[in-house]
Write a protein that binds this ligand. Structure first.
Ligand code: NAP
Length: 244
């Protein structure tokens, strides 16, 4: 298959890691749909990249809105007739950093899970028929090392003391969902993998990350562009396996 015929879609791509993921995938020649929930900002971000000559189109997608998901699938089907790569990148962090795990409100848990977990499942289910019809479907779930139960239980780990439970457990759930879906699709060409982007300088952490955004997009791009011999059902950072 000619890469220029492939279609990729990256959710939550108006800024941060998602925007850079669109850029890096499009730079390989794959037509990449920059998905965002705000129409004006989504179109402006896509125009910036397409004005640079990259094959990027905007698509409106609020991952936490069922109607928006249905409309986005219809748009992709009608306009492109295929989807080869889905990067579930949109995510939120709502925990109050000064609260203990037991003190986070249930509303924070619910809102976090709506976007970080249930939306990933719903968006994936909605696009799955197109992904399965692709000769080389790829699904990338943007997780976090903060979802690693092994690291959270290890006193020598750098994240041992970083307990923001709604966010952390939402990413543990994303990892578990990745394992479930990878199992279901193991005898198909589709590959489903979770990644940790690194601790990246974005709005999510007030720009206090350790690595720049271009490096932070690399793990997603790597898994989005896997060839037929690539892995399925893994959790990695820059190609290195992380503990679940
Ligand atoms: P960010 O700069 O805060 O960007 C988050 C993106 O998600 C924005 O484009 C935002 O859109 C979008 N989004 C949120 N809710 C959405 C919804 N309902 N529908 C559509 N889009 C939605 O965060 P980031 O650092 O780039 O994070 C990207 C992913 O990496 C997230 O899944 C995050 O959990 C993960 N991650 C980040 C780090 C890090 O160090 N930054 C580390 C580990 C994992 P709007 O512009 O409309 O708000």
């Amino acid at each position: 298959m000619n890469d220029s015929q492939k279609i990729a879609l990256v959710t939550g791509a108006t800024r941060g890691i998602g925007l850079e993921t669109v850029r890096q995938i499009a730079e390989t020649g794959v037509r990449t749909l920059l998905a965002g929930r705000d129409e004006a900002r989504t179109k402006a971000a896509a125009k910036q990249l397409s004005d640079e000559g990259l094959p990027v189109d905007p698509i409106i997608l609020d991952v936490a809105d069922a109607g928006s998901i249905v409309a986005a699938v219809k748009h992709v089907t009608d306009e492109y007739g295929r989807l080869d790569i889905l990067v579930n990148n949109a995510g939120i962090l709502l925990d109050a950093l000064d609260k203990k795990p037991s003190e986070q409100s249930l509303q924070v848990w619910r809102d976090t899970f709506d976007t970080n977990v249930f939306a990933v499942v719903e968006v994936t289910k909605a696009f799955l028929p197109l992904i399965k019809a692709s000769p080389a479907g790829r699904i990338v779930n943007v997780s976090s090392q903060l979802g690693s139960l092994t690291l959270h239980n290890d006193p020598s780990s750098s994240i041992y003391g970083f307990k923001i439970p709604a966010y952390n457990v939402s990413k543990s759930a994303v990892n578990a969902w990745t394992v479930e879906l990878a199992y279901e699709l193991k005898d198909t060409p589709v590959k489903v993998n979770a990644i940790h982007p690194g601790y990246v300088q974005t709005d999510m952490n007030g720009g206090h990350g350790e690595i720049d955004v271009p490096t932070g997009a690399k793990s997603s791009v790597q898994m989005a562009l896997l060839d037929a011999n690539g892995p399925n059902g893994t959790f990695t950072y820059l190609g290195k396996e992380l503990p679940w």
